[in-house]
Design a binder for this molecule. Structure first.
Ligand code: GRG
Length: 282
């Protein structure tokens, strides 16, 4: 895990040098605010769980870590957009994220909305610019990410969530697979694509990630339940109770380990991230 954390520092400098380059500065206030707003949310203490997953997957395939930085930056850009938009008044209407004022509280709704839009577009620009030597792989990455976050992925999960009652366990499972699981899937499967993984390996990474996505959401629901009253949100705690959620979290984590069995013992970092999620307190 320490080695992975070191690699994360490299990713962090890649992300910083990308989003804090001169391309992201302007003397005109609209653009200046837009760039500040993007940077505010990108660098405000996220756990970087998805980049860690990409780096752990790269480790398994023995890829040079630097090759996956742009792809991980692309996935983290999408993650950041989803959080900015999710906090907007027309969605969850949250004032705080990571203990600090949400993007729209600092930059107003108009700029926050545009910062999210900009991050989606930039995510795809990063892939196009960095994987053009192997255009087949680049195109597969674009297609994978678009499918994972679009109308059959994360955005569909958000739409279901906005209009769902929080008492139907099966529906909530579907919401979490889409809203949380699909981007986590993109984080690992994309690295499999870069590595030229076999179909069997891609399937294993996908199964692993979808179970991890569910486990991640369950850990989040447990954390929220301990944090205060969230009875109006789609939380599995409202369906299964805290003990039921703890049991399901352990089952889903076990399924993650099972999905990795085809990789033999060479995926310690991926396993450690499952463990980290199982024990995390935030
Ligand atoms: C398309 C607007 C829109 C939203 C998509 C991802 C999402 C749906 C909404 C974000 C809110 C949310 C609770 C999503 C579930 C996934 C989740 C637990 C996100 C938080 O991820 P962390 O904990 O965030 O990795 P940090 O702060 O560590 O980066």
């Amino acid at each position: 895990m320490n080695e992975l954390k070191e690699k994360l520092l490299g990713f962090e400098s890649f992300l910083k040098s990308y989003y804090q380059s001169t391309e992201f500065t302007s003397k005109y206030s609209g653009k200046k605010l837009l760039f500040e707003s993007i940077n505010y949310s990108l660098f405000s203490g996220g756990k970087r769980f998805r980049p860690l997953l990409s780096l752990a997957t790269a480790e398994f395939f023995e890829l040079n870590t630097k090759i996956v930085y742009p792809y991980a930056a692309s996935v983290e850009s999408i993650h950041t957009y989803s959080l900015i938009h999710d906090d907007l008044p027309c969605m969850d209407n949250d004032d705080l994220r990571r203990g600090q004022p949400t993007n729209h509280k600092v930059y107003n709704e108009d700029i926050a909305l545009l910062a999210g839009d900009a991050l989606i577009s930039e995510a795809f620009a990063i892939i196009a610019a960095n994987y053009k030597e192997n255009s087949d792989k680049g195109l597969t990455l674009v297609s994978l990410l678009a499918r994972c976050i679009g109308p059959h992925g994360m955005v569909a999960g958000q739409a279901l969530d906005l209009r769902s009652k929080n008492s139907d366990g099966e529906l909530m499972n579907e919401i979490h697979l889409l809203k949380t699981g699909q981007l986590i899937k993109a984080a690992t499967v994309g690295v499999g694509v870069i590595a030229g993984a076999s179909d069997e390996q891609i399937k294993a990474l996908s199964d692993f990630s979808l179970n991890l996505g569910l486990a991640f959401q369950l850990a989040d629901d447990l954390h929220d339940a301990e944090d205060g009253d969230h009875s109006d949100e789609a939380s599995m705690v409202n369906v299964l109770g805290k003990d039921g959620v703890k049991k399901l979290l352990s089952e889903k984590s076990q399924k993650c380990y099972t999905s990795l069995e085809i990789f033999n013992s060479k995926c310690e970092s991926l396993k450690k991230l499952v463990e980290y999620n199982l024990n995390r307190k935030f």
